[in-house]
Design a protein around this ligand. Structure first.
Ligand SMILES: Cc1ncc(COP(=O)(O)O)c(C=O)c1O
Length: 369
């Protein structure tokens, strides 16, 4: 339900019908709704961050490095290791979560329309609206998977300034091949736009990262985050990999000193622990496969996921009903607003077992009544 605004409040007319982003933040035994990594930082990482923060706190009277050079250098090393690239910090930008990166992209490049293939990450259209950019909902296949030919046709028709793809996609989990991304990039270039590839879940996927296309496709921009595989959501660090001119454009729209010294310091330490942090990825991927198999054994269906969540369907009640029944049993999953579908974030083994156990309990009760 949209809220009523008082007449004395000069709120922009185009914002009045919007609802704020909001996955419910309610107490639960297992929080499996916002695609976080369930594994907390190790005691060693906690100690290293605490030590670095203590050092930084002695200079908190000063503004932080406005350009976050040390952090961007560490991110470049990480990306080069993962993707065998040879980028320096001039191709990396960092901000308070990839949401801030998305906002900066809209602020800098918002002359025409923006196109995305929904259902996808809900903040792309929401930030588009907030920044007064005309958002166009592109289509996917009827089973919700991405269709490259349909996408190419829509880019040609809409001629957007910004085209968004998310791979692996949230909430469906399907990934787009590097070959298809390159095909789309070529078409996006022909209409004079930028292709924004949101790779928030890339570390969980076997597909090659789109960062490997940046040298040959300067209008391709890759968004990544430390919130998911990197298990660092609370620190709020997202980043962008792109041609240095895209980075220069980011410096025009960022707020001065946007990334606090504490955030920058903590993120550099986390990147030093990257091997340890990313070691959880293999566990989450094998748990994802186990959960998907169990869901199929219950008679549900799901799109094969390349991320740390599974979108499932085929339950004999409405999504809000099942969501509430699960919450009543302490399991918080996500109703993404798609009729007949719910999304579960992969947790640790105990959380996944609890999720499956409660789901089966509800199924048994439903089939008996
Ligand atoms: C596809 C996608 N992009 C970006 C984000 C935002 O991540 P953050 O702002 O934590 O970096 C999310 C979070 O769920 C996401 O699913």
């Amino acid at each position: 339900m949209t809220q009523q605004w008082p007449t004395w409040l000069p709120l922009r007319a185009d914002l009045q019908s919007l609802s704020p982003y909001g996955a419910p933040q309610v107490p639960s035994q297992a929080a499996m709704n916002t695609n976080e990594n369930p594994f907390p930082p190790s005691p060693q990482l906690q100690a290293a961050i605490t030590e670095r923060i203590a050092q930084i706190s002695s200079t908190l009277n000063r503004y932080p490095d406005r350009d976050a050079i040390a952090l961007r250098k560490s991110l470049a090393v990480f990306i080069n290791e993962l993707s065998k690239t040879s980028f320096d910090e001039k191709l990396i930008w960092a901000a308070n979560g990839s949401n801030e990166i998305i906002q900066s992209l809209f602020l800098a490049f918002s002359g025409g329309s923006a196109l995305g293939f929904t259902p996808s990450y809900s903040m792309h259209p929401l930030i588009s609206k907030v920044t007064s950019v005309n958002w166009v909902d592109g289509a996917r296949n009827s089973d919700l998977t991405f269709n490259i030919d349909v996408a190419i046709a829509q880019v040609k028709e809409v001629q957007p300034q910004l085209t968004f793809i998310t791979t692996p996609n949230n909430p469906t989990g399907d990934a787009i091949s590097i070959g298809d991304i390159e095909r789309l990039a070529t078409v996006v270039a022909s209409v004079g736009g930028l292709l924004i590839v949101d790779e928030a879940y890339a570390e969980f996927s076997q597909e090659k990262s789109a960062v490997t296309l940046i040298d040959s496709h300067p209008h391709l921009v890759v968004i990544r985050t430390m919130s998911k595989a990197f298990a660092f959501a609370g620190a709020r660090v997202g980043y962008l990999v792109a041609h240095p001119k895209v980075i220069d454009a980011m410096t025009l729209v960022r707020l001065p000193y946007h990334l606090s010294a504490l955030t920058q310091g903590a993120a550099v330490v986390a990147l030093e622990f990257r091997k340890e942090l990313l070691a959880t990825v293999a566990t989450l991927v094998s748990e994802r496969e186990r959960v998907a198999k169990a869901l199929h054994a219950f008679g549900f269906s799901s799109i094969p996921s390349s991320a740390n969540f599974v979108l499932f369907s085929g339950f004999g009640q409405s999504a809000p009903q099942l969501w509430q029944a699960m919450l009543d049993r302490g399991i918080l999953i996500r109703d993404v607003g798609l009729s007949g579908y719910l999304r579960v974030t992969i947790g640790n083994v105990a959380e996944n077992n609890l999720f499956l156990e409660k789901l089966q309990e509800i199924q048994n009760e439903t089939s008996q009544s």
